[in-house]
Design a protein around this ligand. Structure first.
Ligand SMILES: [Zn+2]
Length: 280
């Protein structure tokens, strides 16, 4: 058994066949957690989870790119992305859904900030504020926190900001995962010290730098999760195809190779970890 702990079958990329994609995963022994990026895709994640008796769950929240109006992703929503605030009443209505197991994806994204310095700072301030709100919300409802982080190229600033927020909001007292972490071993160790789970995806199957191998080696087995982040980041050998939860087996295969464990050992360990993190 496997769990794709971070999928987006709730996105527009699957508007024709979401149910079939999920059914295919379940038939092959893969459970799925669909993650929202704003209120619309969060609702869709909960709705999809409600269509299955077991094995499909939802995480609801606001992605840092949606806290300002820059972001447009054709794969994601049915309409043009607009700026959104973390609306407590809207998410409070959704969080009581029995299949909602986490809050996110929330966090910080400094990857494509505008040139204008003042605007730059304003966007970061807003992202941090919205991140804090979601951490408190997850605590209040005793849900796992799903954290997104994408730094500006060649800069550690995002991770310094994130660690400060983690410390001030006492994130070490809650269940949380740093998803799709690709930065330096140094910050991975800091997150592990705070009790983080870390999830790896298809990047480990095609990274040529050796950094991902190092990170997988460093992450203790009892803290490791697997994901696809589909429709993005399709793992080898399916590069070029639309990604889907069923492909998490290729991520598991690569993790097994790096950890020098059997595929079955990786599957059992990461499945158990996901069940603990999300209280499934
Ligand atoms: Zn994602």
């Amino acid at each position: 058994m496997l769990i794709d702990t971070h999928a987006h079958v709730n996105f527009k990329a699957y508007q024709e066949d979401a149910k079939e994609v999920l059914q295919r995963a379940l038939s092959n022994g893969v459970w799925v957690i669909n993650v929202g990026s704003q209120i619309d895709t969060s609702r869709q994640a909960a709705e999809l989870a409600g269509q299955f008796a077991q094995g499909v769950y939802a995480v609801i929240g606001l992605h840092p790119e949606h806290t300002h109006s820059q972001h447009v992703d054709e794969e994601e929503t049915h309409f043009k992305t607009r700026e959104e605030d973390f609306s407590l009443p809207a998410y409070a209505e959704l969080v009581v859904h029995p299949k909602v197991v986490g809050i996110g994806e929330c966090g910080l994204d400094y990857y494509r900030l505008p040139e204008d310095k003042a605007l730059h700072e304003e966007i970061k301030r807003k992202q941090i504020e919205v991140f804090r709100k979601q951490i408190r919300f997850a605590k209040q409802y005793d849900k796992a926190l799903v954290v997104h982080s994408r730094p500006e190229k060649g800069s550690d600033e995002l991770y310094h900001d994130m660690l400060r927020v983690f410390e001030e909001e006492k994130v070490s007292e809650m269940r949380f995962v740093v998803h799709s972490y690709t930065h330096s071993p140094e910050f991975l160790e800091k997150f592990l010290t705070l009790g983080a789970y870390v999830s790896f995806n298809g990047i480990i199957t095609f990274d040529k730098t050796g950094n991902m191998k190092k990170l997988v080696e460093l992450c203790p087995m009892e803290k490791m999760l697997l994901e696809t982040d589909c429709p993005y980041l399709t793992p080898a050998p399916n590069r070029g195809k639309r990604n889907e939860p069923d492909f998490v087996r290729f991520v598991a295969g690569k993790a097994a190779e790096i950890k020098q464990l059997s595929q079955a050992e990786i599957e059992t360990a990461t499945f158990d970890n996901a069940k603990q993190l999300f209280k499934i």
